[in-house]
Design a protein around this ligand. Structure first.
Ligand SMILES: *Cc1c(COP(=O)(O)O)cnc(C)c1O
Length: 394
């Protein structure tokens, strides 16, 4: 008899499974309702109506004033690129302003876009963060110049879960009439995200982080915010993003948004409870560990822990053998371990950064699963440390 091990998935910040209601909503648009949203016959109108409904659902999730403020994109990455390059290119030709402010801990979709723009003549300030990952508002005030055309700060970080002070950031930006973009891919669905209360001009989100399909995202563009387009072609998305709409996926992100809105409060409570249990269990079961965010200011469900005398990548492989799926805080670049830019920005020494693991919980995780994790992780850590000469000397 082959025993099938039940795997425990604790990597929801990387991606989430598609919610059954989302799949159910999408399926007809991959079969009978295959129309092109631009066609004027019945097939086309069915697709168009579905796209309009999805736009309303996404707008409702983030409390946009109008669904016309939502532009569907291929991914969260595209939404980030569109917001940043779109402002940069437009302002370059208009005001000549060439300065962008962002943070050192952004997702690569923002960081690498800014680095690309630096090669094209833009200047970028990468704000530092404190040891919990928060930017300092005084640093932001000091960084603003006459030439500043955009402030792009993420709402919540994917590695540590730290939440940035978006309301205060937007207030400072507002005084200088500088538009603010926020990458809210991790916060949408896990925190109340209200674009009007936050005061942002632009906000990126992605379906596959909120139980929707991969390959579909959206950019909220507050009315009056002008951008240069990334893609040129037909008049789709009110002339803002050319290309025949990915109707099944758009229906999917709409349904994912509706489900997220309905379930958010219950999910937050569940995640907070499980994360608290996991945090406590790990601290009780293992010495020499450090938590890389302030629990009172971090995403429900994200727990980023550094284990001294442990190599994170090895721990992840060992846990995978035990059926526990987590990830590192580090990106593995062509075989050589490059410490995460986020952990480096927190001031973590490289050795500690290498021993870091991110647990990211989801709505379907159970207490029994967390019990199992709390039981297995200390054992694996103890075994691994037993082979470490540095640890044995203690
Ligand atoms: C996942 C993620 C993205 C990228 O979204 P994709 O849809 O996977 O391209 C951007 N920013 C953050 C913070 C993310 O977690």
């Amino acid at each position: 008899m082959v025993k099938i091990m039940q795997r425990i998935y604790l990597d929801h910040n990387a991606t989430t499974p598609v919610h059954p209601e989302v799949l159910e909503a999408m399926l007809p648009f991959m079969t009978e309702q295959f129309g092109n949203g631009s066609s004027i016959h019945t097939y086309g109108r069915e697709a168009r109506n579905a796209i309009d409904d999805a736009r309303e659902q996404v707008a409702a999730l983030i409390n946009a004033k109008s669904s016309s403020e939502i532009v569907f994109t291929s991914t969260g990455t595209e939404a980030d690129n569109y917001a940043i390059k779109g402002i940069a290119e437009l302002q370059q030709s208009r005001s000549g302003g060439n300065h962008i402010i962002t943070s050192a801990i952004e997702h690569h979709a923002v960081l690498h876009t800014c680095q690309y723009l630096e090669k094209r003549g833009f200047e970028v300030t990468y704000l530092p963060v404190d040891r919990y990952g928060r930017i300092q508002l005084d640093d932001l005030r000091e960084a603003i110049r006459d030439e500043t055309i955009l402030i792009s700060i993420m709402h919540a970080n994917n590695e540590t879960g730290v939440i940035e002070p978006m309301v205060e950031i937007c207030e400072i930006a507002q005084e200088q009439r500088i538009p603010v973009h926020t990458d809210a891919v991790q916060s949408v669905g896990k925190l109340p995200v209200d674009v009007q209360a936050l005061g942002v001009s632009m906000l990126s989100l992605s379906a596959h982080k909120i139980y929707g399909p991969k390959g579909i995202g959206a950019l909220y563009l507050r009315r009056g915010t002008r951008l240069e387009n990334l893609l040129h072609g037909g008049s789709h998305e009110r002339n803002r993003r050319a290309g025949s709409e990915n109707v099944p996926s758009i229906v999917g992100i709409g349904q994912a948004a509706a489900v997220a809105k309905k379930d958010r409060e219950a999910n937050i409570e569940h995640l907070n409870q499980l994360t608290g249990k996991l945090r406590q269990g790990l601290h009780e079961g293992i010495d020499y560990i450090h938590e890389n965010s302030d629990p009172s200011n971090s995403l429900p469900g994200t727990l980023n822990i550094s284990f001294e005398y442990i190599e994170g990548e090895s721990l992840i492989l060992r846990l995978d053998m035990e059926g526990i799926c987590v990830s590192t805080g580090s990106a593995c670049t062509s075989g050589s371990m490059e410490p995460s830019h986020v952990l480096a920005a927190l001031g973590l020494p490289p050795q500690l950064a290498q021993g870091t693991v991110r647990f990211s919980l989801g709505k379907d995780n159970t207490e029994a699963e967390i019990d199992e994790v709390i039981e297995k992780v200390p054992k694996v850590v103890e075994q691994m440390r037993g082979m470490s000469p540095a640890y044995k000397k203690l």
